[in-house]
Design a protein. Structure first.
Length: 190
């Protein structure tokens, strides 16, 4: 008689559909949609590049949270994701890491191509949330040579415009300021 082992004791290739179902139940992961990739069980199974995995390690992330387990594989496929999880559960890293993975495959923003950037614009409803997203993004981006600029209300429009003109791959903003900053600095969002 063969005794089946728990999914945590199995290699990735040994996982059965039953194991994946139990895994999703254990972490309260649910999906809606079709052709959903399997969640990742660890950072090593994430399909993030080696340089991004080193950035994750340097940022102090030991194991992915359930929202990261579920959303990162979808994000790496450039799929649309609506992720719902508690505050402090790692939602920002769940969308930032796939975004950084994509950006690392593009040419770095330099004087030669600065008009083509930024590659990503992240909108946040409040200045405080924009700051949190910027802080979290910089945790990883600093190890990849990716420049992040924040554009929020209550800051000097001229200074924020100057930062964008210097070139950046990612802009994190609140809804109002990008419009007033974008005209003088020609922020291209195509």
């Amino acid at each position: 008689m063969r005794v089946d082992r728990h999914w945590s004791e199995k290699k990735l290739e040994e996982m059965t559909e039953r194991d994946w179902r139990i895994f999703r139940e254990d972490y309260n992961i649910s999906y809606k949609g079709s052709k959903i990739p399997r969640p990742m069980r660890s950072w090593n199974e994430s399909k993030l590049t080696n340089e991004l995995l080193k950035a994750v390690e340097k940022a102090g992330y030991k194991t992915p949270s359930p929202i990261q387990m579920a959303a990162i594989p979808l994000g790496l496929q450039q799929r649309d994701v609506i992720g719902i999880a508690e505050t402090g559960s790692g939602k920002t890293a769940a969308f930032v890491l796939p975004m950084l993975s994509y950006i690392t495959r593009l040419p770095p923003i330099s004087e030669d191509n600065e008009a083509e950037g930024p590659y990503a614009v992240v909108m946040a409803p409040t200045r405080e949330l924009a700051q949190q997203i910027e802080d979290e993004t910089v945790k990883f981006a600093q190890y990849l040579g990716i420049k992040v600029v924040s554009i929020v209300g209550g800051q000097s429009i001229e200074e924020q415009g100057f930062k964008i003109r210097q070139g950046c791959e990612i802009v994190i903003a609140t809804p109002g300021p990008p419009l007033c900053c974008s005209q003088p600095v020609q922020l291209c969002c195509s």
